[in-house]
Design a protein around this ligand. Structure first.
Ligand code: NAP
Length: 251
């Protein structure tokens, strides 16, 4: 339900990708609870969202594949028609297809890079075209500690998550030209309790948890709080940064 602790999103129009469940859901609920005028919850499969979307009068569900430029053009047109602007983009959609390098297929490489890297490029391009006109906006992209530190069996995923950090740093410079107040930042989660993590073998997860100084996996709301901060005007002088939220795992 709505979290009224802050009103940081008052009047803001937000877009969150991959938001039907997991981190995207928690992020969307947090933005909506912080007073967003509208949160567009975009996902390739909206089915898991039907039960919770209706609790929020300020959330709209949109079936959207981040790799589909035609669907993105439709989303932009809809947002312009409904609100004439977009204030916050959260690039959250992401997938894994893990395998050791000698077993990783080229199609698994392509699939992960396509959704996690090209998808972020395409969605940001679509939303930036609106932000550019306003000269204002905040983009938060969900990377991973794997994007800075690598991980066994995740060549494709690490490349995609490192790639979004590099793009974000470039965007921080590019999007601020001419005095524009358009900020771009990343969040790098550690191991968070979602379906994506539940795919990790139990033993690996136990070992990993033992290495986390704060002694537990993260919860989706731990990430949502970071996103809310970076998306809000409280972070108005922060751009091009990567905020790790990992319980101290990578120091
Ligand atoms: P999740 O539970 O697997 O949810 C991801 C959502 O994205 C799903 O609803 C999925 O739909 C959707 N999606 C997949 N491909 C899409 C596409 N092409 N277009 C639009 N939506 C698409 O994942 P999560 O754990 O919440 O992770 C969210 C983000 O955080 C990802 O970028 C992930 O890499 C990153 N991250 C997660 C962790 C973690 O520990 N969980 C750690 C570091 C980073 P389907 O239901 O159809 O698959």
């Amino acid at each position: 339900m709505m979290n009224k602790l802050t009103q940081d999103m008052q009047g803001k129009v937000c877009v969150v990708t991959g938001a039907a469940r997991g981190l995207g859901r928690a992020i969307s609920e947090r933005l909506a609870g912080a007073g967003a005028k509208r949160v567009y919850v975009c996902d390739i499969n909206l089915a898991p969202a039907h039960a919770w979307l209706e609790q929020y009068p300020n959330i709209t569900g949109v079936e959207l594949d981040v790799c589909d430029p035609a669907a993105l053009a439709q989303l932009s047109a809809r947002i312009v028609a409904d609100h004439g602007r977009v204030d916050v983009l959260v690039n959250n959609a992401g997938i894994t297809r893990d395998a050791l390098l000698d077993k990783m297929t080229a199609s698994d490489w392509d699939l992960v890079l396509n959704v996690n890297l090209k998808g972020v490029f395409l969605v940001t391009q679509a939303m930036y075209s609106l932000m550019k006109v306003q000269m204002q906006g905040a983009i938060v992209t969900i990377s991973s500690i794997v994007g800075t530190d690598g991980n066994i069996g995740q060549s494709n995923y690490a490349a995609s998550k490192g790639g979004v950090i590099a793009m974000t740093k470039g965007w921080a410079k590019e999007f601020a030209r001419g005095g524009a107040q358009i900020r771009a930042n990343c969040i790098a989660p550690g191991f968070i309790n979602t379906e994506m993590t539940r795919a990790v073998p139990e033993k690996v997860l136990e070992k990993m948890t033992a290495r986390i100084p704060l002694g537990r996996l993260g919860e989706p709301r731990d990430i949502a709080e970071g996103v809310l901060f970076l998306a809000s005007d409280r972070a108005r002088y922060i751009t091009g940064q990567v905020l790790k939220i990992d319980g101290g795992l990578v120091l």
